[in-house]
Unconditional design. Structure first.
Length: 256
């Protein structure tokens, strides 16, 4: 948690960003509500500032060589939050697409939305479709926004796809299931970051994060900037990735 941030800061001069850059970073953007509360503002303002932070973070990660960034924007459990907060979040998504989509497109960001779309409004679906179609040719960095997403849902929907396609039990292996996961277009996350001081993964990318390096920080998401990103990347560069006991240089590790 704070210790990882201290480690990153301590070696800031000796290990430049990008020494060992994770190809794929996943982020649980936690702490928006607490950030707002500390400033005596409604939670909505914390989420609004969180969107601004995300747009800045996309550029920062891309500048450092990260190819994929996956963020947990709205979990399948978030529907249990107060109705006014949920309604505000839905409206914020539409505002964010309207405000930032052209910028993301100009900056070479490809936008992908992952999650259960069955209970999302038609207006949101149309906004997502526009974002994905406009940016589908961009290659600088791929931003995957996990919305109405849960790790258990993801495994279940992948299994259901396999069954619906008539895949025989003996033919179902990790590769077949991985291709049907919501992030089947991306490599598994190398680095999993959670802001806000909590030390759990909260049903996010349960399958994909099996061998991810975990980085927890007390920093609340709206305050997560270049210094915190560099601290996380430096801490990652110090890790000895063994992929469950496999030597990191072995072919098995390279496939992971």
């Amino acid at each position: 948690m704070a210790s990882d941030l201290a480690i990153g800061a301590a070696i800031a001069q000796s290990t430049p960003p990008g020494t060992t850059v994770p190809r794929h970073v996943a982020v649980v953007m936690d702490g928006n509500g607490r950030w707002a509360k500390r400033r005596y503002m409604p939670r909505y303002f914390g989420h609004k500032h969180g969107v601004d932070t995300l747009v800045r973070a996309i550029d920062l990660f891309a500048d450092r060589g990260v190819e994929y960034l996956t963020v947990f924007a709205f979990s399948s459990e978030n529907w249990k939050r107060p109705s006014d907060e949920v309604s505000g979040l839905m409206g914020l998504v539409l505002v964010a697409v309207s405000k930032y989509l052209d910028k993301l497109h100009r900056d070479g960001v490809r936008v992908r939305i992952v999650g259960d779309r069955s209970s999302v409004s038609e207006k949101l679906l149309q906004a997502w479709d526009r974002a994905e179609k406009l940016t589908e040719g961009n290659r600088r960095i791929t931003l995957a926004v996990a919305f109405n997403y849960g790790g258990r849902w993801d495994v279940l929907q992948a299994c259901r796809q396999a069954l619906a396609e008539g895949l025989k039990p003996e033919d179902l292996d990790e590769g077949e299931l991985t291709r049907r996961m919501a992030l089947g277009f991306a490599p598994d996350p190398d680095l999993f970051i959670r802001t806000g001081g909590e030390m759990r993964i909260s049903n996010f990318l349960l399958w994909q994060a099996a061998y991810s390096e975990l980085f927890f920080t007390d920093c609340l998401w709206p305050d997560f900037g270049a210094a915190e990103i560099d601290a996380a990347l430096r801490a990652y560069a110090l890790r000895d990735r063994r992929f469950g006991g496999v030597d990191a240089d072995s072919p098995a590790a390279q496939r992971a």
